[in-house]
Write a protein that binds this ligand. Structure first.
Ligand code: ADP
Length: 193
């Protein structure tokens, strides 16, 4: 992980799969930014910015925030200086049009992602985890809707990236440390080409 290669990873997977937790750990290890659209939106809400205000009702209902709010935000975030030496994306892209946008953006910036990690966890485990987490949008109704939205809009990205041979699946239904170890190994394999 410290062999001079640039690490650029996209984390896919349903809500509650542990993307945020694992992305944070791995980003620290690789010394690259963990870019979570969910965190950015929650921070914007906490600060009461226009973005936060616009996003709030969607997030409370478990719906995706409109692309119009997300795409500019990501263009700006990925152009910042700390993102030039790698990143881990968590929560973006979340539908096919966001994935197409990311393709164009990376092409413009002359960058490429290294691989897409699909963190796999069974539905019943996801619900239990989210209910235990106690975030504002972690009530039963919103969780159900987020899982539906995931299946309809985000899960198609699994095939989108598998078709390009960019996809790696990791079993996320294991103790945290074991998942981290599997991800570390994956990053090393990708970087060794
Ligand atoms: P989780 O994956 O556990 O549902 P996130 O923190 O990734 O949590 O996302 C929380 C909410 O933020 C989503 O339900 C959605 O409303 C909004 N959101 C995050 N990322 C995106 C995105 N790329 N596009 C649209 N909405 C998003």
């Amino acid at each position: 992980m410290d062999n001079g290669q640039v690490t650029r990873l996209i984390f896919l997977g349903p809500p509650g799969a542990g993307k945020g937790t694992q992305a944070k750990i791995l980003a620290n290890l690789c010394e690259i930014p963990h870019i979570s659209t969910g965190d950015i939106l929650r921070e914007a809400q906490a600060q009461g910015t226009p973005l936060g205000q616009k996003a709030q009702s969607y997030m409370e209902r478990g719906e995706l925030v409109p692309d119009a709010l997300i795409l500019d935000l990501m263009r700006e975030r990925l152009s910042q200086s700390d993102a030039q030496n790698g990143w881990i994306l968590d929560g973006f892209p979340r539908n096919v049009s966001q994935a197409a946008f990311l393709d164009e953006l990376l092409q413009d910036m002359k960058q490429e992602y290294g691989c897409v990690v699909n963190l796999e966890v069974p539905d019943e485990v996801l619900v239990t985890r989210m209910l235990g987490r106690g975030r504002q949008d972690d009530n039963e109704e919103t969780i159900r809707r987020r899982l539906e939205v995931y299946r309809q809009q985000t899960a198609p990205l699994i095939d989108f990236y598998r078709d390009r041979d960019s996809l790696a699946s990791v079993d996320g239904n294991r103790p945290l440390q074991q998942v981290t170890d599997a991800l570390k190994q994956l990053v090393e394999t990708v970087e060794d080409g």
